[in-house]
Design a protein around this ligand. Structure first.
Ligand SMILES: [Zn+2]
Length: 473
């Protein structure tokens, strides 16, 4: 018999700013089957979940992150003085390479799990993981903890190749991962499609993920373009993330990153491109016409003293979705950053609205993922849902629950979560997860990573201001 759950929230967010009160949402198996007045749901059999003083929303969709990267490098380089336009994590690339070594693989899985749980805890039900390491380890974790994911490793996988070294240039990159090695990574990834695409009752979808135009060989980009057609899959990448990327691309290809992607037959609706911060104005029309999606990672860029375009992209007809990138894991915080920095970006207080940013992270993201059954609360949709408490003195009472959530809430207000019809969190506590055990294992792994990185001179080499007493409590 199919399991039935009757959810009774105070408010239900239906999208496009529409909020309904006094409704019951009935879930059968993995689907929402009915939304009806709560009094009419009294006679319906099934488990009842009371979400008084909570708003029920579609689960949030994080469209760009690198699971596991955040816990390694959080709160190290955020206040570091960097050359203009350099992403603030670049000094950390050697630390990540150290953390991602083969001999630490098993230990590091606790760090990946910790990061995934951090995302789920704060309202994310779907993670697009542009995996920086150990894709299969991540997929096993996603399968076990119950999150929905679109995932594929970066090509090339080597993190120092991808992020560049402080002193290294193009030649160094070529030596780190050769063209042949990059093509072999693509071939191996196609094998993983057969094994993982559609796994975990359809919660896992495989994607392709060239790192960026300036780091990848053209044959690899073109290979990904052809493979995406063949596999009918989505592709993610980084696009116009830093000024140096545009300079390197100009030097290698004599044009802009988006035009190189177009040559490789990657500039189309399948493409989910992180950042776009330095997309040249003359490429805006092309971005709109080709149907690519730019993933706006507001908090990541704010740490570099940059407001990445979002509202102006939408004004140009460009599809925009939201992501955290690899440090922040809290998508509710990301909604707030998107709204606030969006207003500053266009110097207008009335846009984007709270409802618009929530829709970017739910229904719009779902349509980009070619999954209209996600990101929306309606009959027939998948039951990926979150319940957010509007009870704290810092947030209640709520005259407009969506504005309250975006401007005054944060991810820790998320108290209830359901993915694919299964309850994964209740009263802010994970169901069936030994969170203390994961924390202990992740802390042990991170301590040994940081200690050995300091001993090996990896951290001091790139961040002279960090020493043992600062890095380790
Ligand atoms: Zn990224």
């Amino acid at each position: 018999m199919v399991e039935r759950t009757v959810i009774l929230p105070r408010w239900v967010y239906l999208g496009a700013g529409e909020v309904r009160t006094g409704a019951a949402v009935v879930v059968e198996g993995d689907r929402i089957v009915q939304i009806l007045p709560a009094e009419q749901a009294e006679g319906i059999d099934g488990r009842r979940i009371e979400l008084a003083d909570k708003v029920l929303l579609p689960g949030l969709i994080n469209m760009h992150t690198h699971a596991g990267a955040g816990p390694v490098g959080r709160a190290i380089s955020e206040d570091y003085e960097l050359p203009t336009g350099m992403p603030f994590y670049v000094p950390l690339s050697r630390l990540w390479r150290h953390a991602y070594r083969e001999e630490l693989r098993e230990q590091f899985r606790a760090v990946i799990e910790w990061d995934v749980l951090g995302m789920m805890r704060t309202g994310t039900t779907t993670i697009l993981n542009h995996a920086s390491t150990d894709i299969e380890g991540y997929l096993h974790i996603a399968e076990r903890v119950g999150v929905r994911t679109f995932a594929g490793p970066t090509i090339p996988l080597d993190v120092t190749h991808r992020l560049g070294q402080l002193s290294g240039g193009l030649e160094d990159r070529k030596q780190t991962t050769s063209e042949q090695a990059q093509l072999a990574e693509l071939e191996e990834l196609e094998r993983l499609f057969g094994k993982w695409d559609g796994a975990a009752d359809g919660r896992i979808t495989m994607i392709l993920g060239p790192a960026a135009v300036h780091t990848d060989e053209f044959s690899v980009l073109a290979g990904v373009g052809a493979a995406a057609q063949r596999l009918d899959c989505l592709v993610t990448t980084h696009l116009c993330q830093a000024p140096s990327e545009l300079a390197t691309t100009q030097e290698r290809f004599g044009t802009t990153p988006l035009r190189v992607l177009q040559r490789a037959e990657l500039a189309n609706e399948r493409l989910i491109a992180a950042h776009g911060t330095y997309l040249p104005d003359e490429d805006r029309q092309l971005a709109a016409d080709t149907g690519i999606t730019i993933v706006h990672c507001a908090s990541r860029k704010a740490k570099e003293a940059v407001i990445s375009p979002s509202v102006s992209f939408m004004d140009s007809g460009i599809s925009v979705a939201l992501g955290t990138d690899g440090f922040n894991c809290d998508m509710v915080e990301e909604l707030k950053f998107t709204a606030m920095l969006g207003k500053i970006g266009v110097a207008q207080s009335h846009r984007p609205t709270a409802a618009q940013v929530v829709d970017l992270a739910t229904s719009h993201a779902a349509s980009v993922l070619r999954r209209p059954d996600l990101g929306v609360i309606k009959e027939g949709a998948r039951a990926d849902l979150i319940g957010v408490a509007i009870t704290d003195p810092s947030i209640a009472p709520a005259l407009d629950v969506v504005q309250s959530l975006v401007y005054y809430g944060n991810g820790r207000d998320v108290q209830f979560e359901m993915v694919d019809g299964a309850v994964v969190m209740e009263d802010g506590t994970f169901v069936g997860v030994d969170i203390n055990g994961v924390r202990a294992r992740a802390e042990a792994a991170l301590t040994s990573i940081w200690e050995s990185a300091i001993d090996a001179g990896v951290v001091n080499e790139v961040l002279p201001s960090i020493n043992r007493s600062q890095a380790l409590a």
